[in-house]
Design a protein around this ligand. Structure first.
Ligand code: PLP
Length: 395
């Protein structure tokens, strides 16, 4: 990519992944070059790496507010989610019931589909039009044979926040294990896990300005855990396999920076999002926000546009170097509306006309000015092309 193109990019897809922070990159470099010791080796080169892993563990623990020994390093958020749910099922094989929601990330959704085919029973909690679950329904769904409740903290498509404190209280009252998929919430929502009765919590490095392929699972010191990945005695016997030292050290640095930037995330980034959202709603006739306007991440705007196909809009926005996500996915030649927007009761047409813009630490006011100017123009073009005979309603 030329540096001119790089300067033109307006990256509004921070829920998909994030740009690596230069400080994270710098912190990782020595561990890819000279510091090649295996953290399990007894000599100093190895011990040095083991010590650096512990610093990273402390930094992740500090970000989410738990003890360092409760932090397990994994390869990604999906692995963390799989490890938590599978451990709950293995620890107590008589419990064959799982509760989750209809708006989960595919890591949870597809794992539960997979488990359902193998005889486990899944309760899929519905959501209302705003993307909220009904806590009474959750409470009623918990049974003596419920192995685990697994729910999002923040939805990746709409940014809608589930009431984690209340969910945790219910699970505590009902003596049920609780896993929270906090992949989108960590670094954007202040949290102190030790104050909540949560048993497992998943996070992922690449949503936090760290490279892809590293994640973490919080495992409460109060629960039993059985490893999913069987091998050596790494990670205190909780995950076999030599650790991805450089990436874990990157995750530690990213966590330290996230602790530092969390206030900015909830103020400056929120202002960018709000300014962009208000301008787009004003400029594009018939557009509206998907999901709860109050209980949502400060960085996410999921907007439905009338009379457009989001996939077509993505292509034209790409030509302008603006990157965001569609409320639909193209698999094997056909376009499927997002399961999240569908679960919120939206029509296929509305879901397929929705775009998600997600903001982050590296977005600037100038980029937002340009996006506000370009996005309505591009949407008008998409609308015109797909409705060449009908009038265009943009202002
Ligand atoms: N959970 C949520 C809410 C996510 O947004 C994602 C990634 O998009 C994941 C889980 C999976 O994380 P990873 O890509 O690290 O496997």
């Amino acid at each position: 990519m030329s540096s001119k193109t790089k300067d033109q990019i307006i990256y509004l897809d921070n829920n998909a992944t994030t740009q690596v922070d230069p400080a994270v990159f710098e912190e990782m470099l020595p561990w890819l070059r000279d510091e090649y010791g295996n953290p399990s080796s007894a000599y100093s080169l190895g011990k040095h790496a083991a010590k650096a892993l512990e610093t990273a563990r402390d930094r992740v623990a500090h970000l989410i507010g738990c003890e360092s020994r409760e932090v397990l390093f994994t390869s990604c958020g999906s692995e963390s989610i799989n490890s938590a749910i599978r451990s709950a099922l293995l620890i107590d094989p008589d419990k064959q019931h799982i509760i989750t929601s209809s708006v989960e990330h595919s890591a949870t959704q597809k794992l539960c589909d997979h488990l359902a085919k193998r005889g486990y029973e899944i309760t899929w909690l519905p959501v209302d039009h705003d993307g909220n679950i009904d806590l009474e329904k959750l409470e009623k769904a918990i049974r003596p044979d419920t192995a685990i409740v697994s729910l999002l903290w923040a939805n990746n498509e709409t940014g809608v926040l589930f009431p984690v404190e209340k969910i945790a209280e219910i699970c505590k009252r009902k003596h049920t294990l609780l896993h929270i998929d906090a992949v989108q919430a960590v670094g954007k929502v202040p949290m102190k896990i030790s104050e909540l009765p949560i048993h497992f919590l998943s996070l992922s490095g690449h949503k936090l300005h760290c490279p892809k392929g590293v994640g973490s699972l919080f495992i409460s010191k109060k629960v039993r855990f059985t490893p999913w990945l069987i091998g050596g005695s790494q990670e205190n016997n909780r995950r076999g396999g030599t650790q991805n030292v450089a990436s874990i050290i990157g995750l530690g640095k990213a966590a330290e920076l996230a602790s530092h930037h969390i206030h900015e995330e909830t103020t400056r980034v929120r202002k960018l999002r709000d300014r962009f959202e208000a301008a787009i709603l004003e400029a594009v006739h018939g557009s509206s926000v998907n999901g709860d306007l109050i209980h949502r991440l400060p960085n996410t705007a999921s907007i439905a546009f009338k009379g457009i196909e989001s996939e077509a809009a993505l292509m034209l926005l790409d030509e302008e170097h603006i990157y965001c996500s569609a409320g639909s996915a193209c698999t094997t030649g056909s376009v499927h509306a997002s399961h999240v927007l569908k679960a919120m009761g939206m029509s296929d047409t509305r879901a397929r006309g929705s775009l998600r813009f997600s903001f982050g630490r590296f977005n600037t006011e100038k980029q937002i000015d340009r996006a506000i100017e370009i996005v309505p123009r591009v949407l008008e073009k998409v609308h015109r092309v797909s409705h060449s005979n009908s009038p265009v309603h943009m202002h």
